[in-house]
Design a binder for this molecule. Structure first.
Ligand code: PRX
Length: 675
């Protein structure tokens, strides 16, 4: 049996030889074809052989997929021109295409009535179906509205909306006209939103009046009003109605739904070069300022499409659900772009896992007959805690593949997910990737059919991905059973192209720490069997419920308090969130305020400056921080101290070594149960 990478196209541009088999459309020639026979690498009998081919003949591998899976307006002439040392990446050079054409138009042409989106609204049991034809119409109308108000190719548009068809259509409308969207998670505060709009110099914002999340109203438009007041670049605020709330009209406001109704339902696509930017998404790094990670057009889309299809093994009639928010990269690649590029039916989940009760996901799986389910470890741990009775109430037999992403999935949660939800018959894919990688890089599937899946690790590199582990002296660690910094050796199409407006920071962060490699910022263990386990961040980034936060970002917010002289923030283990936040505060000498009051004000400052999920779980007021003589805060010592260790290593380099014991005593006295 030849190895088949399930992809949906045939090689015959005139009449597809598989046309009679199954009623499914070939993405390239738009003729029906069978899914599994559609893309063949006939010379490869095993997964390992094909993986080796993808590494050794990278250009052939990706060029073949790019031709077959994407719809090109003009074919590319050069597969790649990349230089890891210089952080320069160009894939499918000379090619022209449009993402909205690939994700919507080509499907609307051949299967207009296929459901593209199932909108699972916050109100339980309230799904709304959107076909490819309807999605195309919405996208075109928004594209026309944007163009009529001066939004052009290259402009940046901020999207601050709940998971909803209109939000997805807004993203697609931007890429349709060549504008870059920057989706901001609709839980970020006014200040965080304003900082992102300012950094990107967005000329327009698309939002909703309010959002509903877990039955609670979130005042999106009010947050936008306050943010936009600080952002002179914004010329228009397009407001869509989610709840129909009666809100004050601001001078820049435009009623999106009304304008869409008046707009034409057809809209020409903008011809984009392969390397034109498609969108950017802000994520945290080790400094206080979030980075606008910028993605390409062709390379990003191809990587999202191929990984979505082959990691989740999505068939033509499947209902695929990734419950991430569109404000994160998971929402971009695996709610919107990957599934839609593949012509799949993708669920758009607006709610939270515990609303109205902890059976929400499982009731939805039964009602919508979901086949693939992709979530985050933090949600699995939360639902595990709620008890087995919830999943046991529902029929979960439609499930074939379970996935998770965002942080390590601990063994207990892995087994619960596998046994209670997957009933030990699903493939469970713990997928490792990042905002910067564009798509999944390490994952148990695809692999040989039936190959082992081991709990607690993403295991196998995806096609075209060659992971490398290096030590702190930049030495490549060969062989197995090695631990070090997780890097990637070769370019792949989905890699982010730059940090918007700061290419030097891009080079400093990802390419200079280990010359010749992409550095992920994570540590990893390559086990004796060759499988990869990700051990966590090696930089000053905390992962709270799968959301990245820089320690400096939180410290900057805390230091805004008039009573705080300085602060240090560390990540601590948390049973549900994976990591929680512990903040150490040094107060100014003349402070007379009550400490309880300071703690509460600091919490509210962080919530206002960033988001609620960034609020510290624990705050300790200390007389000083452990610092070197040159002033560097030794967070390593704080981490050890909170972990209950009594050996702190060499503290002689500290300006005041005695402070370590003082903080340790205060921590013990603080009498709070952190674990
Ligand atoms: O530390 C790794 C962790 O999440 C980080 C990436 O975060 P972000 O860019 O927000 O993207 C999250 C969704 C792709 C990584 O550097 N991470 C992601 N997946 C895993 C993981 N840690 C362990 N195991 C994973 N499967």
């Amino acid at each position: 049996m030849a190895y088949h990478l399930a992809a949906r196209f045939c090689k015959n541009t005139v009449s597809c030889k598989f046309a009679k088999a199954i009623n499914f459309s070939c993405l390239r020639c738009n003729v029906s074809t069978v899914v599994s026979s559609s893309f063949e690498f006939p010379n490869f009998k095993t997964h390992n052989e094909l993986h080796e081919f993808s590494i050794n003949k990278t250009d052939e591998f990706w060029a073949s997929l790019a031709h077959s899976r994407l719809k090109w307006l003009k074919s590319f002439h050069t597969t790649q021109q990349c230089n890891m040392d210089e952080g320069k990446f160009a894939w499918f050079f000379g090619g022209q295409l449009n993402i909205a054409d690939n994700c919507v138009d080509r499907h609307a042409l051949v299967k207009p009535d296929k459901v593209a989106l199932i909108w699972e609204k916050d109100e339980p049991g309230n799904q709304q179906l959107v076909t490819y034809r309807e999605l195309q119409e919405m996208t075109c109308r928004i594209a026309n509205v944007l163009k009529a108000h001066g939004v052009q190719k290259g402009d940046r548009v901020a999207i601050y909306m709940p998971n909803s068809p209109i939000a997805v259509a807004s993203m697609l409308a931007c890429v349709r006209i060549g504008a870059m969207h920057t989706v901001v998670f609709a839980g970020f505060s006014t200040e965080a939103l304003a900082a992102r709009i300012q950094d990107a110099s967005c000329t327009a914002v698309i939002t909703s009046d309010q959002a509903l999340r877990g039955g609670k109203i979130i005042e999106l438009k009010r947050t936008v009003d306050a943010a936009v007041a600080k952002c002179p670049s914004v010329k228009h605020v397009f407001v869509s109605q989610r709840t129909g709330a009666d809100l004050p009209n601001m001078p820049l406001d435009l009623p999106l739904d009304k304008l869409m109704a008046q707009a034409c339902q057809h809209s020409a696509i903008e011809i984009m070069e392969s390397e034109d930017p498609s969108f950017m998404l802000y994520t945290s790094g080790s400094t206080g300022k979030p980075k606008g990670i910028q993605h390409s057009t062709a390379g990003y889309l191809l990587y999202a499409s191929v990984t979505h299809q082959s990691v989740f093994n999505v068939g033509p009639d499947d209902v695929y659900a990734c419950v991430a928010d569109i404000g994160w990269i998971t929402g971009h690649s695996y709610v919107v772009y990957g599934p839609l590029a593949n012509g799949a039916t993708t669920v758009l989940f607006e709610s939270v896992p515990t609303y109205p009760d902890p059976g929400r996901y499982w009731e939805m799986v039964e009602r919508l007959q979901i086949n693939q389910f992709y979530t985050a470890p933090t949600a699995i741990r939360l639902l595990l805690k709620a008890g087995d009775a919830w999943p046991q109430k529902y029929n979960l037999s439609s499930l074939k593949v379970l996935g998770c992403v965002g942080e390590p999935l601990n063994h207990e949660a892995w087994h619960w997910y596998n046994e209670l939800i997957g009933q030990s018959k699903c493939d469970l894919v713990d997928t490792w990737w990042q905002t910067e990688t564009g798509g999944i890089c390490i994952t148990p599937r695809p692999s040989e059919a039936g190959a082992e899946i081991i709990a607690g690790m993403p295991m196998r590199p995806f096609f075209g991905i060659e992971p490398a582990i290096l030590d702190s002296s930049q030495k490549l660690l060969e062989g197995n059973d090695v631990i070090g910094s997780l890097c990637i050796k070769k370019p792949w199409p989905g890699i982010a192209r730059t940090i918007y407006g700061d290419h030097e920071r891009y080079l400093d962060t990802y390419f200079r720490p280990f010359p010749g490699y992409y550095f992920s910022g994570d540590g990893a263990h390559r086990h004796s069997n060759g499988y990869y386990q990700v051990t966590g961040r090696t930089d000053d980034v905390i992962n709270v419920s799968g959301h990245r936060l820089g320690t400096a970002e939180v410290e900057d917010a805390i230091n805004e308090h008039a009573a705080v002289a300085e602060s240090a923030v560390i990540g601590i283990p948390h049973p549900i969130k994976g990591e929680g936040i512990y903040a150490f505060l040094v107060l100014k000498d003349d402070v007379v305020l009550d400490q309880v009051c300071i703690v509460s004000e600091v919490n509210s400052l962080v919530s206002t400056a960033i988001a609620k999920f960034a609020v510290p779980d624990h705050i300790l007021i200390v007389p000083a921080l452990p610092k070197t003589r040159s002033g560097k805060i030794m967070r390593r010592i704080l981490r050890k101290l909170v972990a209950g260790e009594t050996e702190f290593g060499d503290v002689s380099t500290l300006a005041d070594p005695s402070i370590v014991q003082v903080i340790a005593r205060l921590h013990l006295d603080s009498n709070r149960n952190l674990m």
